[in-house]
Design a protein around this ligand. Structure first.
Ligand SMILES: NC(=O)c1ccc[n+]([C@@H]2O[C@H](COP(=O)([O-])OP(=O)(O)OC[C@H]3O[C@@H](n4cnc5c(N)ncnc54)[C@H](O)[C@@H]3O)[C@@H](O)[C@H]2O)c1
Length: 457
């Protein structure tokens, strides 16, 4: 069976060579047991001859709020991408889209008018979660490529429709967990496969915030009303209720539209973890939490813990995962994903990986060394109390960021008819354990999930 450390020796050898190089490089010298290595900025220009850079890929934005706007701006940095239309349900966001992307772009509150346009190749879907599946499926069925924000779906069972639509139509579909297009994630994957931390047995991830914005208490615009917002369309299939600006602008707090901390944040950690470990997901899921502070009418907890059991597969040994999210964290601002193995650990960030390994001590005593070699056997040496050896892989200057490379991955796949790093199958396998946390929390029980077949058991 291929575990994640098939070639531990080769890693040690490479490390030795790397350290030698590092020792001569100007950026490296730090305290004893600590060295810093620069991660190369990706050079991924692989455009197909069939489509020149001058052939624009025309995109439209559906959901022109915070992330959708950031997505569109990032996509426009890629040569040959042009934004021609935008859709949103609130007048203020439509006006902002015109300011951001040009007063001549086509705008509407009905996304189907975007999908019916012949001049649009691809859409970016930046709506709240409850609209992801419907717009994704409608877009693909009309032949549009789609980049959909995470989590791919609002409920696990919606995932099958998205996968079917992707399979049925000759289009590219990418989910927007940009972290897995980061050099940090790529380096971590390489290190794990090289056996840098030995055999993986545990992983943990943490998301800490301590501000109203961080806890989703977004500003409500002064002109928010049923005249400026298409409230009926926002509600989708849910029963009509009178216009509520809190539900519209702070949709993450309500289960009809959002997916809580797990769907919003755990999903990023699942995406990165699954990319790094080549995992398809956990088989057992449990979540616990509570509403400790932000009692503003929200239906979701502001402290959430999740526990996940990953079975042994061909790609990795069995391991456990613990995820935490705290919106009342006095230390604040802490986010990390850590992988722990039998010989070390890695803290994985999007622009950096910190690898820690314990120093191995060979027998110091000449007599014991002699005896060991005589018997041709290993003598387990007595360990000293040394700090762990620390290797920091830090991205070079000029890195455009994970978000850029994720969008570039999508655009290149459209041009080359190539593959994306996060298609609908990957997207569901990242979203499902996160969404299962909400079921576990609600029903107070373990959730069993078949990650291969992508079915709740
Ligand atoms: N990848 C990331 O790092 C990241 C970060 C933040 C948000 N997100 C995701 O992006 C999505 C949007 O989040 P946000 O923070 O930008 O929210 P937001 O409230 O700022 O924006 C959502 C916009 O969608 C519009 N909208 C709602 N329903 C619509 C519909 N049917 N058609 C067209 N427009 C519609 C709303 O009017 C609003 O302007 C969410 O799924 C969220 O999880 C991802």
């Amino acid at each position: 069976m291929k575990k994640n450390n098939p070639n531990r020796r080769s890693f040690i050898k490479k490390l030795a060579i790397g350290s030698a190089v590092i020792a001569t490089a100007p950026t490296i010298l730090t305290a004893k047991n600590k060295s810093i290595s620069k991660l190369k900025v990706p050079q991924k220009v692989n455009l197909n001859e069939k489509v020149s850079v001058n052939d624009n890929i025309q995109i439209a934005l559906i959901g022109a709020g915070g992330m959708g706007t950031a997505d569109a701006k990032t996509s426009l940095k890629i040569p040959g991408v042009k934004l021609v239309a935008a859709c949103d349900l609130y007048d203020g966001r439509i006006e902002a889209a015109k300011e951001n992307f040009g007063k001549d772009i086509f705008t509407t509150k009905n996304y189907l008018e975007i999908l019916d346009r012949k001049d649009i190749d691809a859409v970016i879907i930046g709506t709240p979660d409850h609209w992801h599946k419907k717009i994704s499926v409608d877009a693909m069925n009309r032949g549009k490529h789609a980049y959909c924000e995470k989590p791919m779906v609002h409920a696990i069972e919606e995932g099958y429709d998205v996968i079917n639509a992707q399979n049925k139509n000759n289009v590219i579909y990418e989910v927007g967990s940009q972290g897995l297009s980061s050099v940090g994630n790529e380096k971590a994957k390489e290190l794990l496969e090289d056996g840098a931390i030995g055999e993986l047995n545990y992983a943990e991830g943490f998301w800490a915030r301590n501000s109203p914005g961080g806890a989703w208490q977004y500003t409500i615009p002064d002109d928010a009303s049923k005249d400026t917002v298409d409230w009926k369309r926002f509600l989708k299939d849910y029963d009509y209720i009178p216009f509520d600006p809190l539900r519209f602008f702070r949709w993450r707090n309500y289960l009809d539209y959002g997916t809580g901390m797990a769907g919003d944040l755990f999903v990023h950690l699942f995406s990165s973890l699954h990319f790094i470990t080549s995992s398809v997901g956990p088989q057992k899921i449990a979540a616990m939490g509570g509403l400790r502070f932000w009692e503003d009418g929200r239906e979701v907890p502001d402290v959430l813990l999740g526990m996940f059991d990953y079975p042994e597969t061909k790609q990795h040994p069995g391991f456990d995962l613990s995820l935490r999210c705290n919106f009342v964290d006095g230390t604040s601002g802490t986010t990390y994903l850590r992988l722990v193995g039998s010989e070390g650990s890695m803290d994985v960030m999007w622009d950096k990986v910190v690898l820690r390994t314990n120093e191995k001590n060979e027998p110091q005593d000449a007599f014991l060394q002699e005896k060991a070699s005589e018997r041709n056997s290993q003598i387990s040496s007595r360990k000293k109390m040394l700090p762990p050896r620390e290797l920091i892989y830090q991205v070079e200057e000029g890195y455009k960021g994970a978000h850029y490379y994720h969008h570039e991955n999508f655009i290149n796949a459209i041009r080359n008819r190539g593959k994306v790093v996060e298609d609908s199958v990957f997207g569901l396998r990242a979203a499902a354990p996160a969404l299962a946390c909400n079921i576990s929390y609600r029903d107070n029980k373990f959730i069993n999930w078949d990650p291969q077949k992508m079915k709740l058991k």
